[in-house]
Design a protein around this ligand. Structure first.
Ligand code: CP
Ligand code: NVA
Length: 303
């Protein structure tokens, strides 16, 4: 059987996505009941981080322990990856010693090369291009609060980054729309992000993007790896802060999401992220449940 990787959102089918949502619900319910569930006993996850992380590391590491397995953390600084060992060689070696690998790195190409040389499933824990595990958790959170996302409108305000690209892939698979509002120089490049462009529309004015939206979401103005652009980005994004005015033109039941970490007073106003429409803490918690479902699925298939 070919190895199943999760390198971008559309590496899974719609049917597999629906299965993962159901499985995440079951896994979350067991967790809340303190019910032991060890389908991955004796399995080992290796986590490779070339960028910082709080949520991704914690949710993968805790998740693997909770499923009965163990997790090993590697970073660029303390492994030979930082001293120029080819990604292909690292993949050959690491994948002979573990059952599943999660990687957070820079270019998507790095994770693709790793996966091409891996004997075990590889999961994208964020690249410059995509953040598919976060979108699994975000849509799971939306469904928990509002039901199916099909036919709904998501407003993306801010940078046309890895999160935005992954929302667009999800929109095409699950048939919802994304209204994007970014400064024109920071818009998404569909050619580089493996999207058809059928389910999104760009708005110059973020207020227009938010009008009637069922979900308003944003992310940092400067993603990891782009720190040298920070000054220019703060200038370019000054009018793209999600504030109460934007939330007020959205659907009355609109939710606010942010993958975190957040910068209050930059991409989001404190009243919004700390306000009643915000579901950011559920969103962060759901990383744990959805990734447990994902790891179980990649290793054992459907139950
Ligand atoms: N949202 C997210 O991936 O958070 P971390 O960078 O803390 O992992
Ligand atoms: N777009 C952000 C997400 C952080 C979780 C980044 O890539 O840094």
């Amino acid at each position: 059987m070919p190895i199943k990787h999760f390198l971008q959102f559309n590496d899974i089918s719609k049917d597999e996505f629906d299965y993962l949502m159901k499985s995440s619900r079951d896994i979350k319910a067991r967790f809340k009941r303190y019910e032991p569930y060890y389908p991955l006993q004796d399995r080992t996850l290796v986590m490779i981080f070339e960028k910082a992380s709080t949520r991704t590391r914690l949710s993968f590491e805790a998740g693997m322990h909770q499923l009965g397995g163990s997790a090993i953390y590697l970073n660029t600084k303390d492994s030979q990856l930082g001293r120029g060992e080819p990604v292909e060689d690292a993949a050959q070696v690491i994948s002979r010693m573990c059952d599943i690998v999660m990687i957070r790195t820079y270019e998507q190409e790095i994770i693709e090369r790793f996966a091409a040389n891996s004997r075990v499933p590889v999961v994208n824990g964020l690249t410059n291009e995509y953040h598919p595990c976060q979108i699994l958790a975000d849509i799971f959170t939306f469904i928990e609060h509002r039901g199916s996302i099909q036919g709904k409108t998501v407003a993306w305000v801010g940078d046309g980054n890895n999160m935005c690209a992954t929302w667009l892939q999800a929109a095409e698979m699950l048939d919802f729309k994304v209204n994007i509002s970014t400064p024109s120089d920071y818009n998404i490049d569909p050619a580089k992000t493996n999207i058809k462009g059928t389910h999104h529309e760009w708005f110059e004015d973020p207020m227009d993007a938010c009008k009637g939206a069922d979900l308003v979401t944003t992310d940092v103005w400067t993603s990891m790896g782009f720190e040298n652009e920070n000054k220019a980005r703060r200038r370019a994004f000054a009018d793209f802060q999600v504030d109460t005015e934007m939330m007020d033109v959205a659907h009355p039941e609109a939710l606010f999401m942010h993958c975190l970490p957040a910068h209050r007073g930059e991409e989001v106003a404190a009243e919004v992220i700390d306000g009643p429409k915000s579901v950011v803490w559920d969103e962060a918690e759901n990383r744990l449940h959805t990734q447990k479902a994902l790891m179980e699925f990649l290793l054992l298939g459907r139950k």
